[in-house]
Design a protein around this ligand. Sequence first.
Ligand SMILES: Nc1ncnc2c1ncn2[C@@H]1O[C@H](COP(=O)(O)OP(=O)(O)OP(=O)(O)O)[C@@H](O)[C@H]1O
Length: 275
Amino acid sequence: MTARPAGARSVERLGAPGGSAYISITDVDKSYGAESPIAALKDINLDIKAGEFISIVGPSGCGKSTLLKCIAGLQPISAGSISIRNQPVNAPPEDMAIVFQRDVLFDWRTVLDNVLMLVEFKGLRRKDYHERGLKLLREYGLDGYAQRFPWELSGGMRQRVAICRAIIVDPDLLLMDEPFGALDAMTRDDLNAELERLWYETRKTVVFITHGIDEAVYLGDRVVVMARNPGRIAEIVEIDIPRPRPLSIRQTEDFGKYVQHIRHLFASMGLVKAE
Ligand SMILES: Nc1ncnc2c1ncn2[C@@H]1O[C@H](COP(=O)(O)OP(=O)(O)OP(=O)(O)O)[C@@H](O)[C@H]1O
């Protein structure tokens, strides 16, 4: 889609460096299993700029999580190359944090101790991050919960803790694997708006996986639409909707056009009914 709604600004014009890629994915294949291999990814080519928000949407089993794990250095690729800042990815990059669908909080640690976990893993001094941890919890509506335990929180609150934990060390790259997939619609809306604000204020490079077309369009500078058997990129849709994006932007005609376009792509794959 090339239509540019009036007033739209591209990422470049919002200050993200253009030109060379921050993440470069070239001719990537990924198979699982040696005897009868499953082709999880085939011919993946994607360049991601620093400060870009990339949404990846696609049907179950199309390789979204596999792609994220390959970028994260958690799964080796079978062919092709992935580099971050021109360095081949062989292990999890230093400046990266991941948020998963299941929040992976440790129930025996307090909320603040969970937030400070990455600080400990990276060998940084807890006391240098204590105040920032409390500030993040305040910003994410968790004032007064620092000394509570994860099992005392709702699903949305737990996921907010997981986001605070990911961003406390200020990573350049944030990888998110269906982080809001298990939440009710209202909580998901809140967290979508908070993530949009976080991105707008910090311009981190974000790769965000979702099953939700609306969520992908609302958050993304580009939406990578994937197909399955084998897992591949069907189309990359540039979302030329101005930022910051209030949730109400989802009611606009421009927004609806992008959602329809992606729905049609899925309909052409036989995944949803055409409208
Ligand atoms: N560790 C693994 N070992 C073997 N096969 C795997 C493994 N992980 C994923 N697969 C297979 O690779 C394919 C892609 O899986 P993947 O989890 O990446 O898809 P996905 O798009 O993230 O799916 P979902 O949306 O359901 O989470 C599937 O066929 C899956 O069965």
